[in-house]
Write a protein that binds this ligand. Structure first.
Ligand code: HEM
Length: 446
């Protein structure tokens, strides 16, 4: 079976080399008519001969006839990530520019049958929207035809299992323990029964998909929270370049990879000590972390690099030259101190055992600052000019074995805590994907 990243790569390659091939070899898609309609129009003109040429002017006709050969289809117009598969997309697929995370609260009186209906409808909508097709009941079908790598990923909170198959509830599916040293959690960013994770290269497509899905869900559930984030825009950086966060740091260097098998073993449960809660399933810990850019402004460059243990210029460890150079945690300077400080984020976060790896796939947020009031690291207005942070998303087979020990160490000691404050927290079980005709979460109803 082709893995999702390979499928995405293939799709991207076919988009680049043959802008029309994905359309011509497949079922008719919404929006497909645009290019071929133009070709038909031009062929008609050619058949009409000199009369038409005289009407249009020969120069215009020549330009028009050349257009289908030289004018490539916009690169995102048909960029689709497959929806159906053993695993849900949106986890090990490359993160696109925009992410919206929506936590729903299921209605008090919802029962298993209603939940089944909700999941069936959401699956049906997501399968269509991600492939550039309007949903069955779409009232703005004209907004659907640019999939722009849209993915829709569903996550389950405890209540889904309580309503269906409590025996299947993973033991780790509960709120994280409190971290009183650092947490300033707010209910409005925490918890949730059902997660909708939407990622897309086009904010417009995403807005439409979000509206369609929420309209589908509205008689079953209400919105608990919505978190919107962004990365660099499509086309502004080389594919595969590590993202930067709003502190300016290269963020995401040490992450499981599909190339060395660590994505498989750490996220999907291929490691002998890590068993997924269901085949094709995984988990998501989502922490909303305020980043106080206003006090970060007061730290100079050496202090910033010391806090993380890496260079700001290219993300190289302070003991190396290039981003991917391994960090030497035992190297010392002329005074005998370790080059990477005892409190440096990467020293504290680095894996202490073979199972302590997590997939970080976060999005930055940057909210309007009401009356330039700012937001300090204790939540009160500080007179600063930013309200920014990271929607920190960590995917792993088992949060207790993989995420928790790292978070515990960081809560005890991490220089980054000077400028960061977790203000939201939620844990979701990510169920397996499904095949056409099935729905996400089906295994809980059998
Ligand atoms: C706003 C909060 C945070 C910021 C700005 C941040 C930033 C960074 C940066 C710049 C790096 C170095 C480059 C890299 O490998 O990605 C890093 C590494 C890492 N971070 Fe964070 N981080 C944050 C929170 C967290 C949290 C909450 C966790 C987990 C509980 C975490 C886990 C890690 C891990 C595992 C690494 C790789 C460590 C290594 O092996 O070198 N980070 N982070």
């Amino acid at each position: 079976m082709t893995s999702q990243p390979d499928q995405v790569k293939n799709q991207a390659a076919s988009d680049q080399t043959s802008p029309t091939s994905s359309r011509e070899g497949s079922q008719p898609q919404a929006g497909q008519g645009r290019g071929s309609g133009r070709r038909t129009f031009l062929a008609g003109l050619a058949g009409a001969g000199i009369g038409a040429a005289a009407t249009l002017g020969s120069q215009q006709l020549a330009q028009g006839l050349a257009a289908p050969e030289t004018e490539p289809e916009p690169p995102l117009a048909q960029a689709k990530i497959p929806f159906y598969g053993q695993r849900q997309a949106g986890i090990d697929t490359p993160p696109p520019a925009y992410g919206v995370f929506i936590a729903l609260t299921l209605n008090q009186d919802l029962e298993a049958e209603g939940l089944k209906r909700l999941l069936t409808l959401l699956t049906r909508d997501a399968a269509r929207l991600t492939q550039g097709q309007p949903s069955i009941t779409d009232q703005e079908p004209e907004l659907a035809p640019v999939p722009a790598q849209l993915t829709v990923t569903l996550g389950f909170g405890e209540k889904i299992f309580d309503l269906t198959d409590p025996a299947k509830k993973p033991s780790w599916l509960k709120p994280l323990p409190a971290f009183p040293q650092i947490d300033q959690l707010q209910d409005r960013w925490s918890g949730g029964d059902l997660l909708l994770q939407l990622c897309c290269q086009d904010r417009f497509t995403l807005a439409h998909a979000q509206r369609v899905l929420l309209k589908t869900a509205r008689s079953f559930a209400s919105v608990h929270w919505v978190q919107e984030g962004f990365r660099r825009a499509y086309g502004s950086e080389k594919t595969g370049q590590t993202m930067r966060n709003l502190f300016g740091q290269v963020d995401g260097t040490i992450n499981p990879s599909t190339e060395d098998g660590s994505m498989e073993s750490q996220v999907w449960g291929g490691h002998d000590k890590l068993t997924p809660w269901e085949e094709g399933g995984t988990s998501l810990v989502i922490r909303r972390i305020h980043m106080n850019l206003d006090t970060w402004d007061q730290a100079d460059r050496p202090a910033r690099e010391d806090a993380i243990g890496r260079k700001l210029s290219n993300g190289a460890p302070l003991t190396g030259q290039e981003e991917r150079d391994p960090a030497d945690l035992s190297a010392t300077n002329e005074l005998g101190f370790t080059v990477i400080a005892p409190y440096a984020h990467i020293r504290r976060a680095s894996a202490q055992g073979p199972t302590e790896q997590i997939l970080r796939r976060g999005y930055s947020y940057d909210l309007p600052v009401a009356a330039a009031g700012g937001f300090s690291n204790h939540g009160e207005s500080s007179g600063g000019v930013s309200n920014s942070g990271l929607i920190f998303c960590s995917y792993q087979t088992d949060p207790v074995q993989q995420f928790l020990p790292i978070q515990e160490r960081l809560a005890q000691l991490d220089m980054l805590n000077t400028w960061t404050v977790p203000i939201g927290s939620a844990v979701f079980a990510i169920p397996a994907g499904c095949q056409e005709g099935g729905f996400i979460g089906q295994s809980l109803f059998s």
